[in-house]
Structure formats: structure tokens, C-alpha cells
Ligand binder design. Structure first.
Ligand code: ADP
Length: 277
């Protein structure tokens, strides 16, 4: 930082010390840009080989399943176990690369989004639809609490991503038979959206850290569900890019309430006159 100090005098001739701190951030920004671009390039380069590994593992697994007569190596349980591991791990790597690309893309936009007026319920319905299969496989139900229909100011694809990440977490960190509820409160200029589950919850000391990249509380569960440790970091970036806030309240063993706010700019104030007192 470049700093300078000066002595000034105010109108009453009392002397004041003024310390000015001027920091040149252009070098920091350049390095940050290089880092982000590097991550994006590496992730992009990894996509093709990962897809190839996954594809070949899948073909060999299919072949094993088709080999009912037990000819060749296909009946070998060890071989099948190894192939399954190669396949599962390539899926995990694929998810990780996709999330890294998503984060780099968000960083590259530097917080700029092109928002439009979006019907919140339509986006929630779409997210429910996309995750219905995963939820029913784990015996988890979705519920949309009755709330007034409202439009928010957002990029629809990004908003869908926020719901997909929060809902899939709610599914994976809940137990069978539980319900995940989406609701929202309509405030004057904002909407506060909640995604609540009655799952395993988060210990108090980790609450402030779950939005950090790669921070995981439940490592085994995250791994088993193909988690990347980047889902909530992506949520935080998207909400921040929209000028909103994000947070979580949780009680360990009882459940979590992930919430975020969005602007509600559909309120048409044109032509409305406010009485002046
Ligand atoms: P992951 O891919 O590991 O789920 P996230 O960034 O989405 O990564 O979440 C970070 C960590 O926060 C998770 O590993 C998990 O420990 C915790 N977490 C996220 N959502 C929930 C939830 N609904 N209930 C309990 N813990 C959660």
C-alpha cells in the first residue's frame, strides 16, 4: 500500500492527523484473473479424458452384466468391483470439474448478471422436477409451503442452480422418510427464500464455514453422494452476484434452514403517489 499522512486544520483551528491509505489493487486483480483463468482451462482440459474413462468403464460394466454365461473374465467379482470404482470415481471427478468450471465462470462475470423478472414458483417447480428421482430413491419428499406468488429479479438459470444445489444437499443430508420444504417471505423490496430440512443438521462451530470452497462437515456422506464441496460456494457466489444475502440456521440432529434473499423489483411504483406530511 502507498500511504501518506497529513496534518490538517479544521475551521476551529484544532489540528487533526489524517492517515490516508491508498492500495494499488491492479496487480492483485491481474493475479486473481490469471488464477481463475488457469482453473477454468485445466477444468476444461480434464473434461475429455474424464468422459473417456467413464465411457469405457461403463461399456466394460455393461459387458459384464451381459455375460450371463460367465465366459471370459466377466464373472470375476474383483474385476466388477474395480470397474464400479473406476466408474463411480470418474463420475465424481466429472462433477468436480463441472463445479470448478461453474465457479470460474461466476468469477469471470465479476458479479455481473443479466436479471429478468422471474416467477419464483416456476423455478422451484422445475428444480423439484429435476430432483424428484433422486429424492424418491432416498425416500425424501418435497413440499412447497403455501406462499404468495411473486416475481423476483434474477437470471433464471442461475436461480435454478441455487435451488438445485440447496435441494440436493437437503436430500443427501436427510434421512429416509423426511420432508424438504421450500417457502418464502415477501418483504417490501425483497423476498427471503428458505430451504428447510429435518436432516442431520450442522454443528454450531461449522455454521460460519459451510459456504467456503471444499469445506465439508460430513465428509463420508458428501463423498458417498458424489459431493464436490463446492455446491454452497456456488450458491453464495450466485446470490452475491444478484446483490442478495445468504445464510444458514441449523441445529445438529434436528435439521437446517438455508436461506437467501433476492430483489423484488416487479413492484411497480410508477404512477403511485406518496402523500407528503
Ligand atoms: P458437498 O458437495 O460436500 O455437499 P457443499 O458445498 O454443498 O458441498 O456443502 C458443504 C458442506 O456443508 C457439506 O459437505 C455438508 O457437510 C454441509 N451441508 C450442506 N448442506 C447441508 C444440509 N442441508 N444439512 C447438513 N449439512 C449440510
Amino acid at each position: 500500500p502507498i500511504s501518506s499522512s497529513a496534518r490538517t486544520q479544521n475551521r476551529n483551528d484544532h489540528a487533526h492527523d489524517v492517515l490516508m491509505l491508498v492500495t494499488d489493487v491492479s496487480e492483485w486483480r491481474r493475479l486473481e484473473h490469471m488464477r481463475s483463468e488457469f482453473v477454468a482451462n485445466v477444468s476444461h482440459e480434464l473434461k475429455t479424458p474424464i468422459a473417456a474413462i467413464r465411457g469405457f468403464a461403463e461399456t466394460l460394466l455393461d459387458e459384464d452384466e451381459g455375460d450371463t454365461e460367465g465366459t471370459g473374465d466377466a464373472g470375476n467379482p474383483m474385476r466388477r468391483k474395480f470397474l464400479r470404482t473406476i466408474y463411480d470415481e470418474s463420475l465424481r471427478m466429472g462433477n468436480l470439474v463441472q463445479d470448478l468450471l461453474e465457479l470460474s465462470k461466476l468469477e469471470a462475470t465479476d458479479g455481473r448478471v443479466d436479471p429478468v423478472s422471474v416467477d419464483l414458483q416456476t423455478v422451484v417447480d422445475r428444480a423439484f422436477e429435476r430432483l424428484r428421482h433422486t429424492a424418491s430413491n432416498r425416500g425424501v419428499d418435497f413440499r412447497l409451503a403455501s406462499a404468495p406468488r411473486v416475481n423476483v429479479w434474477a437470471d433464471p438459470d442461475m436461480l435454478l442452480q441455487v435451488f438445485l444445489n440447496l435441494l440436493s444437499n437437503a436430500i443427501h443430508y436427510s434421512s429416509e422418510g423426511s420432508t424438504v420444504t421450500v417457502s418464502w417471505d415477501v418483504l417490501i423490496d425483497r423476498v427471503k427464500v428458505h430451504v428447510r430440512d429435518n436432516g442431520i443438521g450442522i454443528p454450531k462451530e461449522s455454521l460460519g464455514r459451510v459456504f467456503e470452497r471444499f469445506y465439508r462437515v460430513h465428509k463420508d456422506r458428501s463423498r458417498a453422494s458424489g459431493g464436490t464441496g463446492l455446491g454452497l460456494a456456488i450458491v453464495k457466489h450466485i446470490v452475491a452476484a444478484h446483490g442478495g444475502e445468504v445464510g444458514v440456521d441449523s441445529v445438529e440432529g434436528e435439521g437446517s434452514d438455508f436461506w437467501f434473499t433476492l430483489s423484488r423489483l416487479d413492484t411497480n411504483l410508477a404512477g403511485v403517489s406518496f402523500p407528503l406530511h
